[in-house]
Design a protein around this ligand. Structure first.
Ligand SMILES: Nc1ncnc2c1ncn2[C@@H]1O[C@H](COP(=O)(O)OP(=O)(O)OP(=O)(O)O)[C@@H](O)[C@H]1O
Ligand SMILES: [Mg+2]
Length: 337
């Protein structure tokens, strides 16, 4: 049975429809991510779940209870924002304890201490927000949400203000805490890599709709349309007519072909190609080479269009700009859209 249900939710501002008939479900303990470009409605959906926005149409249920018209407090959800929004005049302990104090909860001290331990802030109890790094402040914000034992944790780009290294380590910690507490979590990001690392399930959004949902691997290897292919996997998306001309075939039907850059292989002209049975071959030349850390990305120009080809970067092993090559395209890796 689903733990969180979003049922045909629609919401607009003035003339603009921001959430367009969104339905999705989450299981208890799942880590789900809303992934999409800026302005596609991720924050609006999250804020609607938190009760910070009203929806125009549809229902939201948590643990079987319709919460669509409840106040934010009654919904038992915790939310963490990109800006940490801590109380500047309270130290770490008091920031985390604030919500419990308001609710007059028993065992306040031990609950706050446990949470400080969980987010690895022991020794910082007396520090004020301005004495903490960005990463530490975000841990406080997370602890402040979690200490209330929410049914659902909502995270709106909580890591995007942090530098790459801290961000990576907090991603791991967030995952650990989420699993340890088995808390159903909805995470928002526009960073596909972050979504891939963190999530049990990804909902790809575009223009107020969920265009695909699935495990990171499903989304990455089986995009359902051009938008997802381009957004997620840096796929080469090629018009079908053009592609058929390039590989001299008539056996493919569809509008477009999507191929991931890392499944393509390059061979120098003159070299025997390895596997012509399972692959198509396209003639081209290396137009450009760029380096992204451990990956070399070649831009290979062909008669009709350019392809990106990704290679792991090994020492002394590189095609020169201008080199004539064949691109081997494994048939089974071609996704017809
Ligand atoms: N209070 C508001 N009044 C009017 N329009 C709004 C309001 N809040 C959001 N919008 C519009 O709704 C659309 C979706 O906004 P939303 O903040 O949900 O996007 P997002 O996916 O979170 O984007 P980002 O990745 O930039 O945070 C945008 O076009 C935005 O301009
Ligand atoms: Mg947003």
């Amino acid at each position: 049975m689903s733990y969180v249900t979003i049922e045909q939710v629609t919401k607009g501002y003035e003339n603009q429809v921001v959430l367009n008939n969104i339905s999705l479900t989450l299981k208890k303990g799942e880590f789900a991510t809303l992934l999409g470009q800026s302005g596609c409605g991720k924050s609006t959906l999250l804020r609607s779940i938190a009760g910070l926005e009203d929806v125009d149409v549809g229902r939201i249920l948590i643990d079987g209870k319709d919460i669509t018209y409840l106040s934010p407090r009654q919904r038992e959800v915790g939310m963490v924002f990109q800006s940490y929004a801590l109380f500047p005049n309270m130290n770490v302990f008091d920031n985390i304890a604030y919500g419990l104090k308001m609710k007059k909860v028993k065992n306040l001290k031990s609950k706050v201490k446990n949470m400080i331990d969980m987010v690895d802030l022991i020794g910082k109890e007396e520090s004020y927000p301005h004495q903490l790094s960005g990463g530490q402040q975000q841990r406080v914000a997370l602890a402040r949400a979690l200490v209330m034992e929410p049914k659902v944790l909502l995270l709106d780009e909580p890591l995007s203000a942090l530098d790459a290294k801290i961000r990576k380590s907090l991603q791991k910690e967030l995952k650990r805490i989420q699993k340890e507490l088995d808390i159903t979590t909805i995470f928002v990001t526009h960073d596909q890599e972050e979504a891939m690392t963190m999530s049990d399930r990804i909902f790809v959004m575009n223009k107020g709709q969920v265009v695909q949902s699935g495990s990171p691997s499903e989304i990455y290897t089986s995009p359902v349309n051009t938008f997802v292919a381009k957004f997620i996997g840096n796929y080469n998306v090629c018009n079908m007519e053009v592609f058929c001309k390039l590989v001299r075939t008539t056996e493919l039907k569809g509008n477009e072909v999507a191929i991931r850059p890392e499944v393509l292989q390059l061979v120098s002209v003159g070299e025997d190609s390895l596997d012509l049975q399972g692959s198509w071959e396209i003639k081209g030349f290396i137009k450009d080479v760029s380096m992204a850390g451990n990956v070399l990305r070649y831009e290979v120009e062909t008669e009709e269009c350019a392809f990106h080809v990704d290679y792991l970067h090994h020492r002394g092993d590189m095609f020169e700009q201008g080199a004539r090559v064949h691109i081997l395209v494994p048939k089974k890796e071609c996704i017809i859209l």
